[in-house]
Design a binder for this molecule. Structure first.
Ligand code: C2E
Ligand code: MG
Ligand code: MG
Ligand code: MG
Length: 291
């Protein structure tokens, strides 16, 4: 409540603020225990090739089953985890569990034998620990090579601490781990920098995908430009937030290689991925894909 008119509303405002602060402190304490109490879990959203309409990768997305508040999404606790430093421990947990789940998913269907998993990494993780060391150990523990993994980072996090992140990301890339720039287009978008960033893939932010093909030609122009830049830099392009066949068709026409979004699937538990393979086959059979 930004507008404060009377002493009475001021008191209510202060009370609400105090309540918020206390709730947050409580939540921070809860998060500290969440890992050991097995309250964190991952769901996976398929990333689909526009050419073959097959699942090529999945993005691991974190959820917290809070004992009293129910299931919380990352925007309700990741920032807090970054500020308190708990993100380092959480990040370690995410990587190792995503790779373990990847083995299960690969084994669950023959079409998933080469599946890759994408994990989101916050810049605070690079400051708090050696991400490359953690990732390499997790790969080794699961008998996987770097090709199994893609790490997603946002432009702002990469630019905030490029020196710290660059060295760790280069080490990972030398092992075959891919690096994707998440939410591309919403932040710095410094084209001069882009060429020198340790990045293999651009993920076009949902906000660009949303108006695609709606007759608003500037939306198509922007996406075409992003795809052109990515291709020129020999990067892979993934479009996020694809919800309709209209958007999917347009993205395929514009040369976007991979898509992700509710059109194909919401994020699902690892055990549900094999079922999605079948659903996509049925979609292909029904001619829904633009191939
Ligand atoms: P993101 O990496 O950009 O992930 C995509 C978000 O968009 C996910 O939200 C996903 O559920 C949502 N999404 C996917 N398809 C669609 C669609 O078609 N329409 C709409 N409206 N939304 C769609 P989610 O799972 O709530 O995650 C939000 C953000 O939290 C992620 O954005 C990522 O930045 C962060 N995050 C998630 N998991 C982790 C994690 O393990 N570690 C860190 N550091 N951050 C994470
Ligand atoms: Mg992401
Ligand atoms: Mg994103
Ligand atoms: Mg995001």
């Amino acid at each position: 409540e930004a507008k404060v008119r009377s002493p009475n509303s001021m008191a209510i405002f202060k009370g609400k603020m105090r309540q918020l602060v206390e709730e947050n402190a409580g939540l921070e304490h809860d998060l500290y225990n969440a890992i050991n109490d097995n309250q964190l879990f991952l769901v996976y959203q398929p990333i689909v090739s526009t050419e073959s309409s097959r699942i090529v990768a999945v993005e691991a997305l974190l959820r917290w089953h809070h004992p009293t508040k129910g299931i919380l999404a990352p925007d309700q606790f990741i920032r807090m985890a970054e500020q308190s430093g708990t993100i380092v421990e959480i990040g370690r947990w995410v990587v190792s569990n995503a790779l373990r789940d990847l083995l299960l998913m690969r084994a669950s269907h023959k079409d998933l034998a080469d599946l890759r998993v994408n994990v989101n990494i916050s810049v605070e993780q690079f400051r708090g620990d050696r991400v490359d060391t953690i990732v390499v150990a997790a790969l080794r523990d699961n008998g996987l090579t770097g090709e199994a993994l893609c790490v997603e980072i946002t432009e702002s996090s990469l630019m905030k601490d490029l020196n710290v992140a660059d060295d760790q990301l280069q080490k990972l890339r030398r092992r075959g781990v891919r690096v994707a720039l998440d939410d591309f287009g919403t932040e710095y978008s410094s084209l001069a920098y882009l060429r020198n960033l340790p990045v293999d893939c651009l993920k076009i932010d949902r906000s660009f995908v949303e108006p695609l093909g709606s007759g608003m030609s500037v939306a198509d122009t922007l996406v075409a430009a992003i795809i052109g830049i990515g291709m020129g830099l020999e990067m892979e392009i993934v479009a996020e937030g694809v919800e309709s066949s209209r958007q999917l068709t347009r993205l395929a026409e514009l040369g976007c290689g991979e898509v992700q979004g509710y059109f194909y699937s919401r994020p699902v538990p690892a055990q549900k991925l094999a079922g999605l393979v079948k659903k996509l086959k049925d979609l292909r059979a029904a001619g829904v894909s633009p191939e």
